[in-house]
Structure formats: C-alpha cells, structure tokens
Design a protein around this ligand. Structure first.
Ligand code: SF4
Length: 337
C-alpha cells in the first residue's frame, strides 16, 4: 500500500490515522483488496477502492521450485514488472530476495536484469509490499520471514533513499515487520557513494559487495561499473566501512568457469582482503544467455582451499530455485542471491 497516498487521503477525509494501520494489518492477514478489510466500514472501503489499491503490486506468476524456493513475477501499478524470490531454509526460515528497481542501468554481463536496461526506481512502499507478501507466504507455509536481502532486480545503492526508508519499515516493530537490522542486507555492485552513506547510517544493516573478480581487467569485462570504481578504491572504501562500523563486509563471488575461478584468482582475492573484516560467499552460477558457465565442482573446491590457505573465511553458497529460474543468473533479478 502506498501509505503516503492513503494517509493523505484519510487525513483529507477526516478519518483517524489508525485506519492506515488497519489497512496494513489486513494486508498481512490476507486481504487482497480494500473490500476485504473487514475492520473498516463498508463506505470507507468503497471510497478507498475508488482512489488507491490496497497493494502497490499484483502477483501475475508464482513458481515453486523442487527445493521450496518460490519466485513471483509482480506487476506494478504502471504495468511494469519485477521479480522477487523467497528462499526456503532449514528450521522454517525464509529469505526474501527483494527488488529495488525495475531493470538496472549497470549492465553486468552475467545478469539477466542487466540486459534489460533501466526502467525506474521502486518506491519505498513497492519494496515494503514485496516483504509483506513474502511474510504472508512464509507464514501460510508455517515458516517465518527471517531475512531480507536487497539482491533482486536493480542496484540498491542507486535508489538508496527508498531502500533505507523501506529497511526502516522492515525493522520497525508492528505494524512494521520487526526484523533486526542484521537480518537485512544491502548488496551492491560496488557503488562507493552508497557504501560511504551506509557507513554513517544509524541502522546497522549488513553490507555485501558483488566483487566477482580479483583483477580490474576481468572485473571490468564482467561489470562495467568497475571503470568508475576500480577494485583498489572499492576495497579501500570497504576497509573504511569496517573501521567506521566495526561490522563485517560480505564479499559475493560468482564462480564462472575459466573466467575467475583459478587458484591464482583466489590468491589475488585474498590479497585484497588482508586488512578488514571480510567473509567470502562463493556462489554457484546458473547460466543465462550471457555465455558463461558455472565452475566445475573440482575447480570450486580448489578455489575454496586456496582462499582458506590464505587465511580468508569463505563458504560456498549452493544454488537454489534453479528449476524455476530463481537462482543466481537466469532470473531477471540479481545474479548474486
Ligand atoms: S548484477 Fe545487479 S548491478 Fe549488475 S546488472 Fe544485475 S542487477 Fe544490476
């Protein structure tokens, strides 16, 4: 629900502010339209229906993977579409991979969203509604929404006002979603001004960097943003972030066969991570039509061992939702979830 617009309407009509909360609670409880908000009188429901939808987005497709991962295609009020993915973990935990933009301007070569170009920024409420929908889905499945990661479509640091406002709402106690700040992660392709802003932001959100290569030539070929923020500058900024916040930075690294997965790449990566508090997530890639292949298991293993020998904390993140194109690479959303 666009709470700014609905709040303004309610104020204009002389309705009490708690009507807004009733609408939000009804969204969480399963209402799809104002008509289903039974805590409100009929006349007000009809009046609201004529002015604003209850949801800022509408599911147009829902695909469930064999591993329990769910992918939605969502239509926004202006007819544009985004995707979001809910990843199932053990013990009833669910992680939402949330979108922050329609499309993306940064054109990473391995990413299906990058090939779409930029559409527009999402509003705060379009981001929050993804989380409300995900929480509803999780709870209907007897699970709980435990984490939200800004790794869906778009570069969140290029829409940081809305991303931070949405994060505040995800963190706020009810009728917010009540997640701890550490359960919310912003993943960036390395947009340095956003990292600087996040370092001074009071809410201790987690930061992840999509690095994906350990030298500028390889990274530049994969991620055009590297021309603007080369690896040395980016890593220096990450170290400043670690010093300023006392928090770790997560390094996301897609393993692409024959591109960035040699043990020499692992050693170069380790050199960038010597000072600072880093954890490397090695990510299995699922091919798009960008021409890349996932690393073979033996190369992945050698890469991991080389990192560990260099004293770098690392883990391999298994691919989820590949059969519904919800995994890293093929979906139109971010390649690094
Ligand atoms: S990986 Fe992220 S930053 Fe790069 S094109 Fe895809 S959505 Fe944009």
């Amino acid at each position: 629900m666009d709470r700014d617009r609905v709040g303004a309407l309610l104020a204009e009509w002389g309705e009490p502010a708690y009507r807004l909360t009733q609408g939000v609670q009804a969204q969480g409880a399963g209402a799809d339209t104002w008509e289903q908000v039974s805590s409100m009188g009929k006349a007000l429901r009809a009046r609201l229906s004529g002015h604003e939808p209850l949801w800022t987005l509408r599911p147009v497709e829902r695909l469930v993977s064999r591993d329990g991962t769910v992918k939605w295609r969502l239509e926004l009020a202006d007819g544009r579409e985004i995707e979001m993915v809910l990843i199932a973990h053990a013990r009833g935990r669910r992680t939402l991979c949330v979108s922050s933009q329609v499309g993306c301007a940064l054109a990473c070569r391995f990413c299906a969203t990058g090939s779409m170009g930029f559409g527009r920024d999402l509003t705060t409420w379009e981001i929050v509604d993804q989380a409300l929908l995900a929480r509803r889905e999780a709870e209907a499945d007897g699970a709980r929404l435990s984490n939200v990661v800004f790794m869906g479509m778009g570069e969140p640091m290029q829409n940081l006002d809305a991303v931070l406002a949405a994060s505040e709402e995800l963190h706020r106690p009810a009728p917010g979603l009540g997640l701890s700040a550490r359960q919310i992660a912003i993943s960036t392709s390395g947009w340095v001004p956003g990292i600087q802003r996040l370092a001074g932001y009071p809410l201790p959100l987690r930061l992840a960097i999509s690095l994906h290569a350990a030298d500028d030539e390889t990274r530049g070929a994969l991620m055009p943003v590297n021309a603007r923020f080369p690896i040395a500058n980016l890593m220096a900024e990450c170290r400043r972030y670690c010093d300023a916040t006392g928090r770790r930075v997560f390094i996301e690294y897609l393993l692409l066969d024959g591109v960035n997965d040699d043990p020499a790449d692992a050693r170069r990566l380790a050199n960038h991570l010597r000072d600072g508090r880093f954890h490397v997530n090695l990510i299995e890639y699922n091919p798009t039509d960008g021409g890349f292949r996932s690393s073979r298991p033996e190369r992945r293993e050698r890469f991991l061992i080389a990192l560990e020998r260099a004293g770098i904390e690392a883990s391999v993140r298994r691919s989820r939702g590949a059969d519904v194109a919800a995994a890293c690479g093929p979906r139109a959303a971010r390649a690094t979830a």
